[in-house]
Design a protein around this ligand. Structure first.
Ligand code: SF4
Length: 407
C-alpha cells in the first residue's frame, strides 16, 4: 500500500521509519490459524459459497477460502468455518510522528500522532515503499502487542492528539482499528486511517464511522495503471473518495508520482478535473516523490520538477491546497489563504516555519476559514519521529470485535 511510508505506501515513509518502530516483545506466533490464539478473532463480512468455500467480503479481492487458508492480505483467513482476523492486537511497532507525515496538512497542524500498523496488505503494488511490512508473510513481523485500551492510554500519555493506522492498509485489520479508534475517542484522541480505499461498500461505511480523518492513496488515474501496477481497480477507490465526501471524516489525498508510470500531463489533468468535479476545490492533494523499491527498482526517483509540474496542473484546475512531499520545497508545502492569498502555514518538509491561523483555523489577516480540523493552538511536535515501546500491552481482545455479519 497508505499514504506511505506508504503507507507502506509512499516514499515519505522512509526506510528509517519502516525500521525504527519499537517492538515490545510479543511471543512469536505460529503461522497456523487458530481461534485459540489470543490475537485471532471472529469477523464479519463473509459468506459461504455453494462449493464449500467461504468468501471474504471486506475488499474486492473476494478471497474464496478453504479451511486453514489465508486471504491475499495474509492477516485474514478461514478457521472453524468462518473468516477470522489473525492480527487483532498485534503490531509491527509504534512510533510518534508529526501528523503532517501521514500526510495531513489540514488536521490538527503541528500535532503528534501515535502511528502503527500490522502486516500484510490487500493490494500488491509493484512500487510498494513499505513492502517489508505489507508483503510480510511472517507473523513474527507483528512483534509488538497492545490492546485498544493500552494504545489509547499510551497515546494520551505521550501527548498525541491522534492515533494513525498506517504502514499497511487498516481495512484488512478493521476490527482492531475500529476498537482502537473507539478507545481513543473516549479519551478525546482522534483516529486517522491511511488507506488505499480498496474496500467494499458495507465495511467501508462501518470502518469510516469510527475514523476522524483519512489520507487516501489515489495511486494513479488510469485503469491500466491500477490493474497492472497495483493489481486493483480504480473505480473502487473513486467510490471511497466520493463516499468520504458525504461524511464528516476529514480526508486528504496522496498520489505518489512514478516517472513514466502515472505522471503524464494528460493523466494528471484528468485526475484533477475529476477531483474538482466530484470532491470540490478544497480537498488537499499531496504529490509525493517515489524512490526505487520492491519490484520497481529500475525506475529513477521522482525529480522535484515533476512534483512542481503536477502541482501547477492541479492549481490550474482550481484545486486550492496542493502540496509536494518527500522533497525540500517550501513553496510546494505552504498553505495559502484562499481569501487573501497570503501564506498562512509555511512548512519545509515537516518543519513548521510560520503559522498565521487562529486557533479555529481562520486566516489572521482576513478572517477566511481554512478547510480542515483546527482545534486550539498549533502543535509544536516539529519533525521528530520517536519510536516507542508500549510497556503494558494490556489484555488483548477486549474490544467489540465479534462482528459476524448476518449470513
Ligand atoms: S480483506 Fe483480505 S481476505 Fe478479505 S477479500 Fe480482501 S484480501 Fe481477501
Amino acid at each position: 500500500m497508505a499514504r506511505d511510508p506508504e503507507p507502506p505506501r509512499d516514499a515519505e515513509r522512509s526506510d528509517a521509519e519502516r525500521s525504527d518502530a519499537e517492538p515490545s516483545g510479543v511471543p512469536a506466533a505460529t503461522d497456523a490459524l487458530s481461534l485459540a490464539d489470543e490475537y485471532t478473532v471472529p469477523t464479519g463480512y463473509w459468506h459461504p459459497l455453494p462449493d464449500g468455500r467461504i468468501q471474504c467480503d471486506v475488499c474486492p479481492r473476494a478471497c474464496k477460502l478453504h479451511e486453514g487458508q489465508r486471504g491475499l492480505c495474509f492477516v485474514r483467513g478461514r478457521v472453524a468455518d468462518q473468516i477470522v482476523l489473525a492480527s487483532y492486537g498485534r503490531s509491527s511497532g509504534f512510533c510518534v510522528d508529526p501528523v503532517e507525515k501521514k500526510p495531513l496538512n489540514h488536521f490538527l497542524p503541528g500535532s503528534s500522532v501515535l502511528s502503527f500498523g500490522t502486516a500484510g496488505c490487500n493490494l500488491a503494488c509493484r512500487f510498494c515503499q513499505n513492502w517489508d511490512i505489507s508483503k510480510s508473510r511472517e507473523i513474527e513481523t507483528l512483534s509488538s502487542a497492545a490492546s485498544p485500551e493500552a494504545l489509547a492510554v499510551a497515546a494520551q500519555r505521550l501527548g498525541c492528539r491522534s492515533v494513525a493506522f498506517t504502514y499497511n492498509d487498516p481495512v484488512i485489520f478493521m476490527e482492531y482499528a475500529m476498537d482502537v479508534a473507539d478507545a481513543c475517542r473516549e479519551r478525546g484522541i482522534r483516529a486517522v486511517a491511511v488507506s488505499a480505499g480498496y474496500v467494499n461498500a458495507a465495511p467501508r461505511e462501518e470502518f469510516f464511522r469510527h475514523m476522524d480523518a483519512a489520507n487516501i492513496d489515489l495511486k494513479g488515474f488510469t485503469d491500466a495503471f491500477y490493474e497492472k501496477v497495483t493489481f486493483s481497480k480504480l473505480p473502487v477507490v473513486l467510490e471511497t473518495l466520493e463516499y468520504l465526501a458525504t461524511t464528516g471524516v476529514w480526508y486528504e489525498i496522496t498520489t505518489l508520482l512514478i516517472p513514466g508510470q502515472n505522471d503524464s500531463d494528460a493523466e494528471l489533468a484528468q485526475q484533477c478535473a475529476w477531483l474538482v468535479e466530484h470532491l470540490g476545490v478544497d480537498v488537499p492533494l499531496h504529490f509525493t516523490a517515489f524512490h526505487p523499491d520492491f519490484k520497481m527498482r529500475d525506475i529513477e526517483r521522482t525529480p522535484p520538477q515533476t512534483l512542481r509540474r503536477a502541482r501547477r496542473i492541479a492549481q490550474e484546475h482550481g484545486l486550492r491546497h496542493v502540496y509536494t512531499g518527500n522533497v525540500h520545497d517550501p513553496e510546494g508545502q505552504t498553505t495559502s489563504c484562499p481569501g487573501c492569498a497570503r501564506p498562512v502555514v509555511v512548512r519545509d518538509w515537516y518543519v513548521m516555519r510560520d503559522y498565521q491561523l487562529t486557533d479555529s483555523g481562520a486566516c489572521v489577516h482576513c478572517g477566511t476559514q481554512l478547510p480542515g480540523v483546527y482545534d486550539g493552538p498549533v502543535g509544536d511536535w516539529g519533525s521528530r519521529r520517536m519510536p516507542v515501546r508500549l510497556a503494558d500491552p494490556g489484555r488483548i481482545g477486549t474490544g467489540n470485535h465479534d462482528r459476524r455479519a448476518p449470513r
